[in-house]
Structure formats: C-alpha cells, structure tokens
Design a protein around this ligand. Structure first.
Ligand SMILES: NC(=O)CC[C@H](N)C(=O)O
Length: 359
C-alpha cells in the first residue's frame, strides 16, 4: 500500500511524494548528490549525519543493497555500521531490485534503521532550487509533523565517533587514525599497506601515544565543533611527524594551522569533481562529500593550497611548505567514486618512511 508523505523546505516549498523505507518524519539539512551510483556507500558515510539526501540520478534502488561481510572486524562493503542520513529523496524508486550480491531492497534497508524515504519527487527542480538558494533545512513529514532543525549547530562528530581505542593490522608503520566519523574504506586503504592502525576517538589526546604518522578522518557537520581535535592537532603541528587529513580532516588541519573555514553555498557531493594539483596542469577527477571548505586566504604564510576545485575555485586540500603535513578536501579512498587519487596514501606512507629514516 503506498502512503503519501511530503518534503517541506525552510523556504516554504512543499512537495508531495510516496513513502518508502520507514513511514516516519525526520528533519535535517537538505543536500544533493549528483553521483550516479553508490547509495550503499553514501548512506553509511558518517559525514552525512543529520542530512536529508537528494539523489539526482533518476532511478534509485535497482541494484538493491548487498549483504554484510567483515574484513579485519570492519565492514567489507559499507562505510560504517549503520545508515547515517536523516532521510532520502529520489525521483523513481525501483521496488524490484536485481544484482548478484543484493541481499535486500533499499526500502527494507532504510526501514531497518527507521529512516524515511520519499519518491516521486521532481529532483531536478529541487536541485535547481538548492543550487540557487543554497542548502536548506527541511523535513520529510509522514503522519506527525516535526520541527526544522539545523544539524550544523550540534557536535555531530561526538555522536558518530567511537567510544574507545581500537587496533587493527600489523605493519612497519604505526599510524594513529583520529576517527571523527571515518569511512571504513580509509581503514581498508591503510590495512592494504604496511600499517598498524590505532583508531582513536575525536577527542582523544593522541599526542601521548607513540606513533609514526597521524591521520585525520572525514566526519559530519561544522569543523569548528571539533575543538578538542583542533587543540590536540595544534600540538602535533609543532612536531615533524607526517600528518594527512581527508575532508573534515583537511578542514581541521586548516583551523589548527590558524586558518578559517566557511560554509559553501550548496557543497560538493558527487563522483566527478575536477581538482587541479597546484603548480601543475594536472587534473584529477575525485569523489566528494562536503559542505564546508578552508578559506585559503586565511592560511598562515607557511601553508599553501595543494589542490583547487576547477568548478568553483575553492580549496581542495592544503599543505605545509616545509613539514610533511598535507590534506585533501576530496576523498582519495573513494567508496564510492573514482580511485584515481588513492596514491596519496602511498605518498603519506613515503613521508612516514622518510621521517623515520631521518630521525
Ligand atoms: N566528508 C566530510 O568529511 C565532510 C566534512 C564536513 N562535515 C563538511 O561538510 O564539509
């Protein structure tokens, strides 16, 4: 039986559609992604916490959702252990799915986590609105109305970061991963290399640990909420041990360095964002999911922009001019999206090797 629900935006827009997933109401920030595939990865990416996700690809759900498999005690398939989006908005939902490793439908999967979906929405019209006016607060309303609320005013990182310290793998290089909501493919990327990984909570004082390199993960919300991480990072920046940050990790590096971050009008969420490596004409096509960026103008003199977004000129990564500290605003670990920049994990570990050789 199909049930009607509506999507309501803070500008007063109301769009009727049909419910799938959980028949319940939810509020959040409405953002869009133009990626054509990858909903199992996107929905479990902790960086989407608090957000109602609009997928512009018109037909969604036709390959279902894979079953869970584990790799070194983490998920082999998903980017975390649950769905993090607040709600899902699509044009056409394929109730019938077919794929060799599908275990369930997208609707059943959403329902399992009590997340509402709405389909039958003109997602092209909706996306144009979000591009013109910027990302907006909104809600999916089933029977009970709910108030609008801005997830960026909360410390979402504290909600998705783990409680304790975990160790993974064995290898030559001891890397501390500050988990502000890490995607599991970052862990997989490290474990495929010569690394022993120590995964710590966002507010853990990692400066007391013995390690060779520091990694700062992606994560949800406004980077300025991560005061404890920024404080610890400021101490690490005084030393010479290599540091690599991805997405939120890049923003935290910018803030700890003394720079500022700002909210983009509607963010970058897709699998085909072009970025240029500073000082070259080399362009990489990257996977992205962010709503904030580092303001390059505010960076102190010893820092510089490492990558630039070729669509809007915003900062896609920074680096220290003399120390082995660098970051990307995009996702070299992909999942989903292109894997063209995964070599950055090797470059980071090369820096770690150099640092250890010079010690
Ligand atoms: N994927 C991420 O790490 C996103 C970082 C931050 N929450 C943003 O939206 O910009």
């Amino acid at each position: 039986m199909s049930q009607t629900v509506k999507l309501v935006l803070e500008d007063g827009t109301e769009i009727e559609g049909t419910s799938f997933g959980a028949f319940t109401s939810a509020a959040g920030e409405v953002v869009f992604s133009t990626a054509m595939t990858g909903y199992p990865e996107n929905l479990t990416d902790p960086s989407f916490a608090g957000q109602i996700l609009v997928l512009t690809y018109p037909m969604v759900g036709n390959y279902g959702v894979p079953g869970e498999e584990l790799y070194e005690s983490i998920s082999k398939i998903f980017e975390s252990d649950k769905i993090h989006i607040a709600g899902l908005v699509v044009n056409y939902y394929s109730e019938e799915h077919s794929h060799w490793n599908a275990a369930k439908s997208l609707g059943d999967w959403l329902a399992e986590y009590n997340i509402p979906g709405i389909f039958g929405v003109d997602t092209r019209m909706l996306t144009k609105k979000l591009r013109e006016k910027g990302a907006m607060l909104g809600k999916i309303v089933a029977e009970q109305d709910v108030p609008l609320h801005d997830p960026n005013l909360e410390n979402l990182v504290a909600q998705v970061s783990p409680q304790g310290v975990q160790h993974y793998g064995s290898g030559q290089h001891k890397i501390v991963l500050v988990d502000c909501g890490t995607k599991t493919n970052i862990i997989r990327c490290f474990l495929e290399r010569d690394v022993e990984l120590i995964r710590v909570p966002w507010n853990y004082d990692f400066t007391t640990l013995d390690y060779d390199g520091l990694f700062l993960s992606n994560g949800p919300g406004d980077p300025k909420m991560c005061d404890a991480t920024i404080r610890h990072l400021q101490k690490a920046l005084q030393q010479d041990k290599p540091i690599f940050g991805i997405c939120l990790g890049s923003q935290l590096m910018g803030l700890a360095a003394g720079g500022d971050t700002f909210k983009l009008k509607y963010g970058h969420r897709s699998h085909n964002q072009p970025v240029k490596l500073t000082g070259t004409q080399r362009c990489y096509i990257t996977s992205q999911n962010h709503g904030f960026a580092v303001d390059t103008e505010t960076l102190p003199a010893e820092w510089t922009m490492l990558f630039e977004n070729l669509n809007d000129g915003t900062c896609e990564g920074i680096k220290h001019k003399t120390k082995p500290f660098f970051s990307t605003q995009f996702h070299p670990e992909a999942a989903g999206g292109p894997q063209d920049t995964e070599f950055l994990f090797d470059q980071f570990l090369d820096e770690v090797e150099k640092y250890k050789a010079g010690k």
